[in-house]
Ligand binder design. Structure first.
Ligand code: 13P
Length: 249
């Protein structure tokens, strides 16, 4: 059985005080669930988040990391630094990292490899732009994002990979992929992985959908057979909304 996951990507939001307040609200309201619940606050608040969540089932992830072990990379954070504070999950390849910070598939392949070498779990984001969907190249775009960043990994490494399909046109826009569009793409992703590896790798990998998931649309999206949960932006910043999305799974 694939793991169901609801993850909140807080992006560059919430100061220390707000982080602690939101986590205490979340902890108080968290429903019973079989799904894994993950939050990804900004780097400076990871330690505080871990402290606030001691004994909680809510897990903490980072939003990015560098591929190098350490060294002259001003402003960057290494896998070891995250592991030292017990953060063993990292989001990589978010479209905002790709578009605002020039992260390429080739760079992401190095980051993924570095994280996996440290036995971290990677939530790998990818997805097409609006123009690519309009020109109906979205399947080939997604296939090449996966191939370039992930298909050099051996099958064994996939046990530490979670995929997050996030069509760029649906991120922060209020426009979401329909449940059918999400299912169609997630099934395509699974088929592509089965082709590159085998059915068991494809069946085991959790594929999250991200892009304007809200309490009102979460159940419909999560009801699709190849959608194993969500990566939530805006709606993860309000405890009531995030909790309702967790309930939807
Ligand atoms: P929104 O839920 O705000 O559209 O953001 C999605 C996202 O980018 C999660 O990583």
């Amino acid at each position: 059985m694939r793991t169901k996951i609801v993850a909140g990507n807080w992006k560059m939001n919430k100061n220390l005080e707000e982080t602690e307040a939101l986590l205490s609200e979340l902890s108080a309201k968290l429903p019973d669930t079989d799904a894994e619940v993950i939050v990804a606050p900004t780097f400076v608040n990871l330690v505080a988040a871990q402290r606030s969540l001691q004994g909680s089932v809510i897990q903490v992830a980072a939003q990015n990391m560098h591929f190098a072990e350490n060294g002259a990379y001003t402003g960057e954070i290494s896998a070891d630094m995250l592991l030292h504070i017990d953060v063993d999950t990292v989001i990589l390849g978010h479209s905002e990292r790709r578009s605002h910070f020039g992260e390429t598939d080739e760079l992401l392949a190095k980051k993924v490899k570095a994280a996996l070498e440290k036995d971290m779990t990677v939530i790998f984001c990818f997805g097409e732009e609006l123009e690519e969907r309009k020109s109906e190249t979205h399947f080939s775009v997604v296939e090449s994002q996966l191939k370039n960043a992930l298909f050099d990994l051996d099958a064994q490494a996939w046990k530490n990979i979670v995929l997050a399909y996030e069509p760029v046109w649906a991120i922060g826009t209020g426009e979401t992929a329909s449940p059918e569009q999400a299912q169609e793409m997630h099934a395509f992703i699974r088929k592509t992985i089965a082709g590159a590896y085998n059915d068991s790798v494809a069946d085991e990998v959790s594929i999250l959908y991200g892009g304007s998931v809200k309490p009102a649309n979460a159940s419909d999206i999560f009801s699709k057979p190849d959608v194993d949960g969500g990566l939530i932006g805006g709606a993860s910043l309000k405890s009531t909304d995030f909790v309702d999305i967790i309930k939807a799974i």
